[in-house]
Design a protein around this ligand. Structure first.
Ligand code: AMP
Ligand code: MG
Length: 404
């Protein structure tokens, strides 16, 4: 059985090999947060556009301050957005504000804290080196320099950079459309009243939310029954989207028909089980040129396997590189021990308010237990290579997306 790291690699390799280009759209800058860029963005001019002071103080000729203290003639001032006309001559200085352009002739700024002003003159108490407190024109970017490439995900610095260069209409990759198809005769839609033995279709709700959190566009389909013929029709519909995510029907039961239907349709499988708990029966492959994931139906299994395997697929079909798992280390509050030789993802709560992050496994009822998951902000990872840890050991923790 594939370790989960290998299964993720399989997803990434398969999608890389397909060489699909995302569909594109234009959005206003204000709508681009989280989107993936689909064009090159260049600097419209040098940045900074002029030699810029990084401090409030006095623009000087560094050579004039070689021996301090020295008194210089104060011949004017320049504020941000303003200009000092006329070159600065030997023995002169100009009061300057942060963000203002350095006067011609000056080559350094002495911080106001290192000066004493008198009428018409300034006592410079510290020597300045040439270039001190000055960001030269073009040192951040030269005019026409490539600043952002297709595939860049728009976070706040990227949006700021687009804004800085006046790029207000942004070409982005359209989020991939992800069909969501829950299966199971026992499953009714959430607005329906289940009988005593039925359950509501919570997976379509959580999967749609996970698709959105990952940057995809969810396309929820009505729940499919466990009948070959009906299931096939729904699968065919789902395969019209970029990705089809199924929940349920991938285990060993008599009515677990998802793989049967997909094989019948000529699907090729990248994997059909992964060495993890929860989520072992997860499958991934391609069918009719589209990608599908069959995730086990127990809600926590569905959630964990989505995070592990579907998120990188959504990244790549958005034209972005697949994001690594955002796991980090935390100290165990209490010992953990697992028996099954699989990598375990246990609902857990991490607390970092008292120094080192400390993680505590939460008591739970197994992979159907959504109640406990709402109290968990992360999954504690117990790798198959080491199934037992003592209190105080450092372990890997995978944040629940959106909860940390
Ligand atoms: P399966 O993977 O089809 O064997 O389903 C395993 C269990 O997951 C079922 O017995 C249900 O309790 C639960 N389950 C399956 N599908 C859903 C769903 N769409 N929403 C919530 N729970 C589900
Ligand atoms: Mg089922």
């Amino acid at each position: 059985m594939l370790p989960y790291v290998e299964a993720r690699r399989k997803v990434i390799e398969t999608i890389t090999a397909a060489k699909l280009a995302p569909r594109c759209a234009y959005v206003e800058l204000g709508q681009a947060l989280g989107c993936v860029l689909a064009e090159n963005v260049h600097a419209d001019r040098d940045y900074p556009p002029f030699d810029r002071s990084t401090r409030d103080g006095f623009a000087v000729r560094a050579a004039d301050t070689a021996r301090v203290p020295v008194t210089l003639d104060m011949v004017g001032e320049v504020k941000a957005g303003g200009m000092y006309t006329g070159p600065l001559r030997a023995g002169q200085c100009v009061q300057i504000m942060t963000g203002a352009g350095i006067p011609v002739g000056a080559d350094a700024v002495v911080m106001i804290e290192h000066t004493k002003s008198a009428a018409g003159s300034v006592l410079i108490e510290r020597a300045a080196e040439a270039g001190q407190n000055v960001v030269p024109r073009g040192s951040e970017a030269k005019a026409d320099q490539l600043l952002l490439k297709p595939g860049a995900r728009m976070g706040y610095p990227e949006l700021a950079l687009l804004g800085q260069v006046g790029h207000v209409r942004v070409k982005i990759a359209k989020p991939p459309r992800v069909a969501i198809l829950s299966t199971g005769d026992e499953v009714v839609e959430v607005w329906q009243q289940p009988n005593a033995l039925q359950i509501r279709n919570s997976n379509t709700i959580s999967l749609a939310a996970q698709v959105e959190l990952a940057g995809g566009e969810p396309v929820p389909l009505p729940n499919a029954p466990d009948h070959i013929h009906d299931l096939r029709k729904r699968v065919e519909r789902g395969l019209q989207e970029d990705i089809l995510v199924l929940s349920g029907g991938v285990s060993m039961g008599k009515y677990d028909l998802v793989e049967v239907v997909l094989r019948e349709m000529g699907a090729s499988f990248g994997f059909d089980a992964v060495a993890i708990r929860p989520g072992k029966p997860a499958v991934f492959g391609t069918c009719n040129g589209r990608f599908f994931f069959g995730l086990p139906g127990n809600p926590v299994s569905t959630m964990v396997t989505f995070e592990l395997f579907v998120v990188p697929a959504i990244d790549m079909l958005s034209g972005a590189p697949p994001r690594p798992l955002p796991s980090f280390k935390a100290k165990l509050a209490a010992p953990v021990k697992q028996k099954a030789v699989l990598t375990h993802f246990l609902p857990a709560a991490v607390d970092w308010t008292r120094g080192d992050p400390v993680v505590k496994e939460l008591p739970w009822q197994g992979s159907g237990d959504i109640v406990t998951l709402t109290q968990a902000n992360c999954f504690l990872i117990v790798p198959e290579s080491k199934l037992e840890f003592a209190a105080g050991d450092w372990v890997d923790v995978l944040p629940r997306r959106g909860a940390l």
